[in-house]
Design a protein around this ligand. Structure first.
Ligand code: ADP
Ligand code: MG
Length: 485
């Protein structure tokens, strides 16, 4: 896709975007302690002496986190490094009791990789992955609990994070949105992160710069902790325009860290960017270099689930779905699974249509998630089977679906209770055809003198008389025969 250039007062500008995504590893316990990593507990209910930075405590690596970081790395088509090193990233902050964060710096567990993103116009673009490393999360300062005091909640302290760093490969807010959406789908398919951005288990630092098309990279600003796809896009849009205005006004961009104010829709300065060496990184003397051997990686590789790209390809090739429909179906794991259950042993295109239009439409209207759907996949499949074997027409099926959605009842029961079975008895349809023809002699005459369009009128009358239950194909055939008499 030709990416959008921004018009400035002095010519065109190109946006350059790179994202650092923090994804909390889906585990029971923290990265270096046995305390629970669950969200939503009472403040400081999940804090071990390690997470509180007590002297003399030793961190012990959680193997599950290593396994999930490798699994995620493989999902990003990335190189897994056999040896990686945990280092101390030193800084002072009230919610950081150790006085440092254990992170990986020069030797991350996962190296270069690549993700494909699906753009709204149906094209695909590749975005490079620079690295993925493991690190501890910090605690949380609470400033709204007391008029003059701040409180600290250490539940989050030591939670396992994967930081996934992209190359500066994105060129528009849409591409950045598609990237975050794809990453979230991948970690959810893998089961390595729940991807819930509203609970903070996935959050983004957004790096933005602008340049003349094709010129050297410009100076970037980093917008911290953006927690929804929509905010990522809004922040980029605002930040790029702000930078263009400064440069066109004769100013310079200074590298800095900014915040996105969701109420104003604007970014504002938080602090000037500290140089990386201000953190005084050094290998954590309490932890040996982390080694993952080939057998460990191979074991994970052989247990990888089918990922969204592969599934999309299969839906297109095996089921004949359009690339767009397939990408919408695989964008959420639960949706893809629902569709596969509906489509199993049934007409896949019809199944895709019903899931994408009727079901998702009804859910959207009712403000419900797929998990709260009153219509289960097996039930929707049953409805599709009733259409395919001509028990009901597509039109009646919509009526049945509405009742299924409202009551959770099975389609076959609704059809039976309300007597909605399609009439496929030739004699019964012939009878209605004859009646309609007899009741409209002048229209028949008009039709015979060449007014072909009236055919639809007769069909409408017949369907109405049959309560919408006559088989439309048979009505067509029998009516044609009758009018030719
Ligand atoms: P740091 O750790 O200091 O934030 P990194 O070199 O790890 O710095 O880069 C962080 C992110 O910034 C990466 O996602 C990278 O793609 C992005 N980035 C680097 N240079 C630019 C630039 N000129 N414009 C936009 N993004 C950039
Ligand atoms: Mg950064």
């Amino acid at each position: 896709m030709a990416h959008a250039l921004l018009k400035g007062g002095t010519g065109d500008w190109e946006m350059v975007i790179g994202l650092e995504v923090h994804a909390q590893v889906l585990t029971k316990s923290k990265l270096f302690s046995g305390a629970s990593a669950d969200f939503g507990a009472a403040p400081n209910a999940q804090v071990s002496p390690v997470d509180a930075g007590m002297p003399g405590m030793l961190p012990v690596i959680n193997k599950e986190c290593v396994e999930k970081a490798v699994r995620t790395g493989l999902g990003l088509n990335a190189k897994i490094n056999p040896v990686s090193v945990f280092e101390r990233k030193n800084y002072f902050y009230p919610d950081l009791p150790q006085g440092y964060q254990i992170s990986q710096y020069q030797h991350p567990i996962v190296g270069n990789g690549e993700v494909e993103i699906d753009l709204p116009d149906g094209t695909i673009k590749k975005v490079g992955i620079e690295r993925l490393h493991l690190e501890q999360d910090a605690g949380k300062s609470l400033h709204d609990q007391h008029p003059t005091k701040s409180y600290v909640d250490l539940n989050r302290s030591g939670n396992p994070l994967m930081e996934i760093v992209s190359k500066p490969d994105m060129r528009s807010p849409e591409e950045a949105g598609a990237y975050v959406t794809k990453l979230r789908a991948i970690v959810r398919y893998l089961g390595t992160c729940d991807g819930n951005m509203d609970e903070g288990s996935m959050r983004c630092d957004v790096n933005v710069s602008v340049r003349r098309p094709g010129a050297e990279l410009g100076t970037r600003c980093e917008i911290k902790n953006v927690n929804s796809v929509r905010f990522v896009q809004q922040a980029i849009e605002y930040e790029a325009r702000r930078q263009i205005e400064i440069i066109e006004g004769g100013g310079k961009i200074h590298q800095e860290t900014r915040l996105f104010d969701t109420k104003q829709g604007a970014t504002r300065s938080m602090r000037s960017k500290e140089d990386a060496h201000d953190y005084r990184y050094f290998p954590d003397p309490d932890l040996l270099p982390l080694t993952v051997d080939a057998a460990f990686v191979e074991k994970i590789r052989t247990s990888m689930p089918e990922l969204p790209d592969a599934m999309k390809k299969r839906f297109i090739e095996k089921f004949g779905l359009s690339p767009y429909d397939a990408s919408v179906l695989v964008s959420e794991k639960e949706r893809a699974e629902y569709f596969e259950t509906v489509a199993k042993g049934r007409d896949p295109k019809l199944a895709a249509n019903w899931v994408l239009t009727e079901l998702l439409g009804a859910l959207h209207k009712a403000e419900k998630d797929l998990s709260q759907s009153p219509v289960k996949a097996e039930q929707l499949g049953g409805l599709i089977a009733l259409i395919s074997d001509n028990t009901i027409s597509g039109r009646i099926a919509k009526e049945v679906f509405a009742e299924m959605f409202g009551t959770g009842k099975n389609p076959a029961d609704i059809v039976k209770d309300r007597g909605l079975q399609q009439v496929t008895d030739t004699g019964a349809i012939e009878k209605i055809v004859a009646e309609v023809v007899k009741e409209n002699p002048d229209k028949v005459a008009e039709y015979k003198s060449g007014k072909d369009k009236l055919f639809g009128f007769f069909v409408g009358q017949i369907m109405k008389k049959s309560g919408g239950k006559a088989n439309p194909g048979m009505v067509n055939d029998l009516l044609k025969k009758k009018l030719e008499e």
